[in-house]
Design a protein around this ligand. Structure first.
Ligand SMILES: Nc1ncnc2c1ncn2[C@@H]1O[C@H](COP(=O)(O)OP(=O)(O)O)[C@@H](O)[C@H]1O
Ligand SMILES: Cc1ncsc1CCOP(=O)(O)O
Ligand SMILES: [Mg+2]
Length: 270
């Protein structure tokens, strides 16, 4: 039943080909544009404060990623976020490196006061900072060997900010505060290529633009991506060829693979 909903969500992306406005970081911009085209969307990267409100108004979704923010980009992100809320465009926020510096942390808390994202996706360390639960962070990378409770982090972020929260890692956790899904798909090579977290954020952004059930949309994108990564790893010789194969698998993944390969545990579905 839920697997059918997941496949439907991906089909909707492929049919609607949503236009997604990205305000993202300079490390991953090209990788994200290509990955989201492979997934079936039209990406537009537009950063100037002078144009973001107009751009978001004609878009189906907005991705905000703070990976390499400057004060001008923060201004543009807040303008775009507020406009998206006004016109009903769903937003995904990727709080890259929040907790690593006070600038990133203050900026994210300021943003969350000015606009409301639909989904927040981050690694465990980033999401722990948003949940105000103590956890180590190493730059933009998570420190995932802590003893803490990742489910508690996800639930707290979902309830505190009234969002769908996705805490990624070896196992991904998605919750809207009531429904919970644990996704065990993926491959360790994802941690060897920069931008793979940012790309899955962008794929979730595309899916919430096409599927109204934002919890299902988030689970769908993470599962699809995890299975694509598993398939990409089969013929990869290392991180370089893995990144290329990943792009191809995102482009061509047969939805029947979801029936066969999805490793999702559904908890507390009401
Ligand atoms: N050890 C792992 N095994 C399988 N998948 C992983 C592993 N680590 C991360 N992933 C996957 O890689 C993607 C990026 O997650 P993550 O590494 O948490 O984000 P970030 O790159 O932002 O730190 C997610 O789809 C996640 O499921
Ligand atoms: C290395 C780096 N530095 C600033 S943003 C960035 C990319 C982070 O990408 P991801 O979070 O997907 O690993
Ligand atoms: Mg990241």
């Amino acid at each position: 039943m839920e697997l059918e909903q997941i496949k439907q969500a991906i089909k909707k992306v492929r049919e609607k080909k949503p236009l997604i406005h990205h305000l993202t970081n300079l490390v991953v911009t090209n990788f994200t544009a290509n990955g989201t085209i492979a997934y079936g969307t039209s990406p537009i990267m537009a950063n100037a404060p002078e144009e973001v409100e107009e751009m978001v108004s004609v878009s189906n979704g907005l991705v905000i990623n703070i990976g390499t923010i400057t004060s001008e980009m923060v201004e543009a992100m807040i303008l775009a976020g507020k406009k998206a809320n006004q016109v009903g465009v769903p937003i995904i926020l990727d709080p890259v490196g929040v907790g690593a510096t006070s600038y990133r942390t203050n900026t994210i808390f300021n943003m969350l006061e000015q606009f409301k994202p639909t989904v927040i996706r981050g690694n465990t360390s980033e999401m722990a900072r948003l949940a105000e639960i103590p956890w180590e962070i190493k730059g933009v990378d998570s420190v995932d060997n802590g003893e803490g409770d990742r489910l508690a982090i996800a639930t707290k972020v979902a309830k505190k900010y009234h969002v769908v929260a996705a805490v990624t890692g070896k196992e991904d956790i998605v919750t809207d505060g009531e429904r919970i899904a644990l996704i065990a798909n993926g491959h360790p090579l994802l941690s060897e290529v920069t931008g793979t977290g940012c790309l899955v954020t962008a794929l979730i952004g595309a899916t919430i633009a096409a599927e109204e059930d934002h919890f299902i949309a988030t689970v769908a994108a993470l599962t699809y991506y995890g299975i694509a990564a598993e398939r990409a790893a089969i013929h990869a010789k290392g991180p370089g060829s893995f990144a290329v194969q990943l792009m191809d698998e995102i482009h061509q993944l047969d939805l029947n693979e979801i029936d066969q390969k999805a490793k999702i545990e559904w908890v507390n579905i009401v």
